[in-house]
Design a protein. Structure first.
Length: 243
């Protein structure tokens, strides 16, 4: 499960990286504020690049919801959906037959730009967070799907079975987000992809030599600590870990 991310780059940097423009200029100041730790279960607002308009960065709510819902029903829906993961992630293996995902997988795919994301490692019953980020770029492009509910957009990050690296870190759930290479970003947003084309993207391994990863403070998982601080991205050494 990918339920914790970071996005600390300015909107202008995202616009330049992806050759897009922010869809609502009134939101620039909001999204220019660095978010060192974004928790999916808070259903935070993030920027996505939607398939229907791949030239823009659009604000979206983290937690995909059915288009049959109304905006005023989302709060109650998320409370009920919490037992199923809150729509934070969508299993790529179910993308073509799940009642919700199949509505979006052909026409409402998206890219979620993040500076980093976090995954938990279990050691003797204790959780240690690890951060993953690009070694030589400021961004990682995560694959997602979205829905449109009136004037709101809701999205989920697609996940797949863990690679050996992610199985070593995320050793309880054995999942990882679907990460897109630079070559796959435009392809992912194309209108004419068939099921086999989409599955081929899911199946292609991301070049993990491009990733940097290390443990960070357990404050990340503490509800009593404000973990949306710059230092949450700092490396922490744990003598009991052998990774």
């Amino acid at each position: 499960m990918c339920a914790h991310t970071s996005q600390i780059q300015k909107v202008e940097q995202l616009e330049e990286q992806y050759q897009v423009k922010l869809s609502d200029e009134r939101q620039r100041e909001l999204f220019d504020q660095p978010s060192y730790h974004i928790i999916g279960f808070t259903h935070a607002q993030m920027l996505i690049i939607p398939q229907e308009k791949p030239s823009v960065l659009a604000a979206a709510t983290w937690g995909i919801a059915p288009e049959s819902k109304k905006v005023g029903e989302l709060k109650d829906y998320y409370k009920e959906a919490a037992k199923f993961g809150g729509g934070i992630n969508a299993r790529s293996e179910k993308a073509f037959d799940h009642f919700l995902y199949k509505q979006s997988i052909y026409t409402k795919r998206c890219i979620i730009p993040v500076s980093a994301f976090y995954e938990p490692h279990d050691h003797e019953g204790n959780k240690y967070p690890f951060v993953f980020k690009s070694k030589d770029k400021d961004f990682l492009s995560l694959a997602g799907i979205y829905t449109r509910i009136d004037n709101k957009v809701t999205f989920a990050i697609l996940t797949k079975e863990a690679s050996p690296l992610f199985a070593k870190i995320h050793n309880q759930k054995n999942r990882q987000p679907v990460m897109l290479s630079s070559d796959q970003e435009k392809e992912w947003l194309m209108e004419d992809l068939e099921e086999k084309d989409i599955k081929a993207i899911f199946d292609q391994d991301f070049d993990e030599d491009q990733l940097e990863y290390y443990p960070v403070s357990t404050d990340l998982f503490s509800p009593k600590v404000n973990s949306n601080v710059e230092s949450i991205l700092d490396k922490v050494e744990y003598g009991e870990l052998e990774i």
